[in-house]
Ligand binder design. Structure first.
Ligand SMILES: [Zn+2]
Length: 325
């Protein structure tokens, strides 16, 4: 079912990204909805209300392009969250969920088909969005999406097929494949919605962390291409634990929190999020971060947490078998 969802998701992701590109390209000049018709054909009547709504909001925010990007981000997050919530509900209700968090551990059960279908949708959509982002980068500063694209960018667009292969369970479970996913995640434009913020936070906090703990604050995981920084920010936050921002992960309050990258523990859980971001996109990570922290929520039962936990599952933590069966 994951493969079926993946193929449908790939189509949806390509369509969504192309539509978004049209929206961005047309917005600063002030577009007419009629101009949309020849591009989306019979879908125009259905998409027109969406475009009008987006235009109204973007126009209201004085800065057209920045406004449009904000609206796009919001819409993308909401769509991602809708799929996230459905898959989350299906998985938590399944016997596989109960079995995955049992102590002592029991034989893993097959995950429910519905959850796997939506997992495929998310992986496929992210691959489609990554591919289109690369294609478009190949013809900047033009904003239309008419061929030909720059050959180099076409090749880069094809690299989105590497994370897409995670729709095949036998492939996603391979440690060798996971290493490719981690490294290729850096090349995925959609991942930079998370990794970009991670890089910024890393640059700001690196001197502080090095001052506190020296070189012990900094580690690099070659198996997922993740930079891990251990830092004490108790002056502004009492948070203890870890969080991921794409290919950058952060542990608090210091190096004592570090665990091996290839065994169950906090560090490998966070690099599980790195892999998630590469195949599911940056929006997925932000939805994960919000969802797991909602009031009354059991964080570890949030779908993104269970997918990350499958990297190296800890006893008693539920997981959905994306990275380990
Ligand atoms: Zn987590």
């Amino acid at each position: 079912m994951r493969v079926v969802g993946g193929i449908i998701g790939l189509g949806l992701g390509l369509a969504y990204a192309f539509f978004s590109a049209y929206f961005f390209g047309a917005m600063p000049a002030g577009t007419s909805v009629a101009a949309l018709a020849p591009i989306v054909g019979p879908l125009a009547p259905f998409l027109a209300p969406v475009l009008i709504l987006l235009q109204v909001v973007a126009t209201a925010i004085a800065m057209p392009l920045a406004g449009a990007m904000l609206v796009w981000l919001l819409v993308t997050l909401l769509l991602t969250w809708a799929i996230y919530a459905i898959a989350n509900a299906i998985y938590v209700a399944s016997a596989a969920f109960t079995a995955s968090s049992s102590i002592p551990a029991v034989t893993p059960l097959a995950p429910p088909a519905g959850e796997q279908f939506f997992l495929g949708i998310m992986i496929g959509a992210a691959a489609g969005i990554n591919a289109v982002f690369w294609l478009l980068a190949g013809q900047l500063p033009r904003t239309s999406f008419t061929p030909p694209y720059v050959a180099w960018n076409f090749i880069l667009a094809l690299t989105a097929l590497i994370p897409f292969l995670a729709v095949v369970a036998a492939i996603s479970l391979s440690r060798v494949y996971q290493t490719f996913v981690g490294w290729f995640g850096i090349l995925m434009p959609y991942s930079w919605l998370a990794t970009g913020v991670g890089l910024l936070l890393f640059i700001i906090t690196l001197p502080i962390a090095l001052g506190q703990s020296g070189a012990a604050a900094l580690r690099f995981d070659f198996t997922t291409a993740t930079v891990e920084l251990s830092i004490n920010l108790s002056a502004i936050s009492g948070f203890s634990g870890g969080f991921s921002l794409g290919n950058f992960t952060f542990l608090m309050p210091g190096p004592a929190m570090q665990t091996p990258f290839n065994a169950p523990g906090l560090s490998s859980h966070e690099t599980g999020h790195t892999l998630n971001t590469a195949v599911l996109g940056g929006a997925f990570l932000w939805v994960n971060a919000i969802d797991e922290n909602l009031p009354g929520r059991i964080g570890r039962n949030s779908w993104g947490e269970m997918l990350a936990e499958s990297h190296f599952p800890r006893p008693g933590f539920p997981y959905s078998p994306l990275w380990t069966a």
